[in-house]
Design a protein around this ligand. Sequence first.
Ligand code: SF4
Length: 121
Amino acid sequence: MTRPLSLAFDLPRLRSLRNWIMEAGLCTRPGADPSQWSPEKEPARNAERQRRLYEQAAAALCHGCKALTSCRMTAEVEEHQLLLQQGYTPHGIRGGEAPWVRHDRLLASINARANSEEEAA
Ligand code: SF4
Protein backbone atom coordinates (compact mmCIF):
# COMPACT_ATOMS: atom_id res chain seq x y z
CA MET A 1 0.00 0.00 0.00
CA THR A 2 1.30 3.48 -0.87
CA ARG A 3 1.56 6.16 1.76
CA PRO A 4 0.37 9.68 0.89
CA LEU A 5 3.02 12.38 0.90
CA SER A 6 0.76 14.31 3.21
CA LEU A 7 1.91 12.12 6.08
CA ALA A 8 5.14 14.10 5.92
CA PHE A 9 3.17 17.31 6.47
CA ASP A 10 1.38 18.05 9.66
CA LEU A 11 -1.69 20.20 9.46
CA PRO A 12 -0.15 23.32 11.02
CA ARG A 13 2.60 23.27 8.39
CA LEU A 14 0.11 22.88 5.57
CA ARG A 15 -2.00 25.66 7.04
CA SER A 16 1.05 27.89 7.25
CA LEU A 17 1.88 27.23 3.58
CA ARG A 18 -1.70 28.00 2.58
CA ASN A 19 -1.63 31.23 4.58
CA TRP A 20 1.56 32.29 2.83
CA ILE A 21 -0.03 31.57 -0.56
CA MET A 22 -3.03 33.69 0.39
CA GLU A 23 -0.71 36.46 1.51
CA ALA A 24 1.89 36.43 -1.24
CA GLY A 25 0.41 34.58 -4.21
CA LEU A 26 0.07 36.56 -7.42
CA CYS A 27 -3.20 34.76 -8.05
CA THR A 28 -4.63 35.88 -4.71
CA ARG A 29 -3.82 39.57 -5.14
CA PRO A 30 -6.76 41.94 -5.28
CA GLY A 31 -7.76 42.32 -8.88
CA ALA A 32 -6.24 39.03 -10.03
CA ASP A 33 -8.56 37.07 -12.30
CA PRO A 34 -8.81 33.48 -10.95
CA SER A 35 -10.04 32.23 -14.32
CA GLN A 36 -6.55 32.81 -15.70
CA TRP A 37 -5.27 30.06 -13.42
CA SER A 38 -8.22 27.80 -14.16
CA PRO A 39 -8.78 27.85 -17.90
CA GLU A 40 -12.06 26.15 -18.75
CA LYS A 41 -10.53 23.98 -21.41
CA GLU A 42 -7.30 22.06 -21.18
CA PRO A 43 -5.66 20.75 -24.35
CA ALA A 44 -5.97 17.06 -25.13
CA ARG A 45 -3.06 14.76 -24.38
CA ASN A 46 -2.11 14.55 -28.06
CA ALA A 47 -2.37 18.31 -28.70
CA GLU A 48 1.35 18.83 -28.17
CA ARG A 49 1.64 22.37 -29.47
CA GLN A 50 -1.32 23.60 -27.40
CA ARG A 51 0.10 21.84 -24.38
CA ARG A 52 3.46 23.51 -24.84
CA LEU A 53 1.76 26.90 -25.14
CA TYR A 54 -0.30 26.16 -22.02
CA GLU A 55 2.83 25.19 -20.10
CA GLN A 56 4.56 28.41 -21.20
CA ALA A 57 1.52 30.46 -20.20
CA ALA A 58 1.43 28.70 -16.81
CA ALA A 59 5.09 29.45 -16.16
CA ALA A 60 4.63 33.09 -17.22
CA LEU A 61 1.53 33.53 -15.10
CA CYS A 62 3.28 32.41 -11.91
CA HIS A 63 6.67 33.90 -12.76
CA GLY A 64 7.98 35.95 -9.85
CA CYS A 65 5.39 34.68 -7.38
CA LYS A 66 6.92 34.68 -3.91
CA ALA A 67 4.72 31.76 -2.90
CA LEU A 68 5.74 29.49 -5.78
CA THR A 69 7.64 26.94 -3.69
CA SER A 70 4.91 26.79 -1.06
CA CYS A 71 2.32 26.54 -3.81
CA ARG A 72 4.04 23.56 -5.43
CA MET A 73 4.45 21.78 -2.11
CA THR A 74 0.83 22.38 -1.18
CA ALA A 75 -0.41 21.26 -4.59
CA GLU A 76 1.65 18.09 -4.37
CA VAL A 77 0.34 17.16 -0.95
CA GLU A 78 -3.30 18.02 -1.66
CA GLU A 79 -3.44 16.49 -5.12
CA HIS A 80 -1.59 13.37 -4.05
CA GLN A 81 -4.12 12.78 -1.32
CA LEU A 82 -7.07 13.48 -3.61
CA LEU A 83 -5.66 11.24 -6.32
CA LEU A 84 -5.26 8.33 -3.92
CA GLN A 85 -8.57 8.81 -2.14
CA GLN A 86 -10.85 9.87 -4.99
CA GLY A 87 -8.98 9.30 -8.23
CA TYR A 88 -8.85 13.06 -8.66
CA THR A 89 -7.04 14.39 -11.72
CA PRO A 90 -5.39 17.80 -11.22
CA HIS A 91 -6.92 20.79 -12.98
CA GLY A 92 -5.76 24.32 -13.57
CA ILE A 93 -2.42 25.98 -13.03
CA ARG A 94 -0.61 25.68 -9.70
CA GLY A 95 2.97 26.55 -8.95
CA GLY A 96 3.56 27.61 -12.55
CA GLU A 97 2.77 24.13 -13.79
CA ALA A 98 0.13 22.63 -16.04
CA PRO A 99 -2.11 19.98 -14.46
CA TRP A 100 -0.77 17.11 -16.55
CA VAL A 101 2.78 17.92 -15.45
CA ARG A 102 1.73 17.60 -11.81
CA HIS A 103 -0.38 14.53 -12.56
CA ASP A 104 2.46 12.71 -14.33
CA ARG A 105 4.82 13.52 -11.44
CA LEU A 106 2.30 12.24 -8.90
CA LEU A 107 1.80 8.99 -10.78
CA ALA A 108 5.57 8.54 -11.07
CA SER A 109 5.94 9.18 -7.34
CA ILE A 110 3.16 6.74 -6.47
CA ASN A 111 4.66 4.07 -8.73
CA ALA A 112 8.14 4.61 -7.33
CA ARG A 113 6.84 4.26 -3.77
CA ALA A 114 4.86 1.15 -4.65
CA ASN A 115 7.94 -0.40 -6.27
CA SER A 116 10.22 0.40 -3.33
CA GLU A 117 7.63 -0.99 -0.88
CA GLU A 118 7.36 -4.15 -2.95
CA GLU A 119 11.12 -4.53 -2.93
CA ALA A 120 11.26 -3.97 0.81
CA ALA A 121 8.50 -6.54 1.50
S1 SF4 B 1 2.72 30.01 -7.88
FE1 SF4 B 1 1.03 30.60 -9.23
S2 SF4 B 1 -0.74 29.42 -8.57
FE2 SF4 B 1 0.78 29.39 -6.92
S3 SF4 B 1 0.28 31.06 -5.55
FE3 SF4 B 1 1.75 31.84 -7.03
S4 SF4 B 1 0.55 32.70 -8.69
FE4 SF4 B 1 -0.80 31.40 -7.49
